[in-house]
Design a protein around this ligand. Sequence first.
Ligand SMILES: Nc1nc2c(c(=O)[nH]1)N[C@@H](CN(C=O)c1ccc(C(=O)N[C@@H](CCC(=O)O)C(=O)O)cc1)CN2
Length: 292
Amino acid sequence: MILLDGKKVSNDIKNEITEEVKKMKAKGEKVPHLAAIIVGNDGASLTYVASKVKACERVGFESTMIRMSNTTSEIELLDKIEELNLNDEIDGFIIQLPLPKQIDTQKVLMAVDPDKDVDGFHPMNFGKMALDMSTFIPATPFGILELLDRYNVETKGKHTVVIGRSHIVGRPMSILMGRKGFPGNSTVTITHSHTKNITQITSQADIIISALGVPNFLKAEMVKDDVVIIDVGITRVADESSPKGYVITGDVDFENVSKKASFITPVPGGVGPMTIAMLLKNTLLARELRHK
Ligand SMILES: Nc1nc2c(c(=O)[nH]1)N[C@@H](CN(C=O)c1ccc(C(=O)N[C@@H](CCC(=O)O)C(=O)O)cc1)CN2
């Protein structure tokens, strides 16, 4: 079994981006600038945004974090987005999800200038991705592609089963794994909460990408030998014995499934760190596109 080490690969990517930024600085160019809007006080979201800011510092990007209260109205958020759309200093920005329930997420994401949409969530960028056009690919799916690529995991002609159909991971992942090219050329099945007899499907999969958010959902008896496992689950499970009071738990019963797998991502240290690294890649791309 080979561990798909997202922590290591994300570090490599950050080092590569750092070199690019040094070249930009040497030429007197302005470095990429990422902004992140966070609405409310969700602990996990605050951690992720803090990691994004820290990652920007590490590679030499500029960053701006914008905090808005939990009671922010949709109009207030749309005004802030328009401000960032028009701010020439900002190359790309994200709105950390999930948003409080008074805000229509889809409406807000559609207000982002597609050229600054480094999360790749705007319908125009999603459509371009589905049509194999060059665009911003959402960071988590982009990170999974990069991991498969760097470990040379064969995807052509394989049966990929995606568990979960979220707009952030499952849906884009199912499109990307079925597209022409590498990684891709896979035959894809997407499963969700209405899928009947999921074990019958997962047990035929060569590659399983699980983005369900149910800790330890995927058991050893649900997979075949030599399966490739990508675990996108990052649920905080209460655990008084741990210093933080919780442990990050994936969708996959790692201890038992790893005994059958050919490749597997750990949680933590797999897909999560890749998400941050690929956001930086998208921000670099946004900078390049705006100044070419
Ligand atoms: N606007 C966005 N919102 C959200 C996205 C996104 O891509 N854009 N994805 C997730 C959260 N997320 C990034 O925002 C994210 C999740 C997890 C990690 C990560 O590094 N996880 C670590 C564990 C971290 C911990 O201790 O909590 C790991 O898996 O090793 C990074 C980013 C939803 N919202």
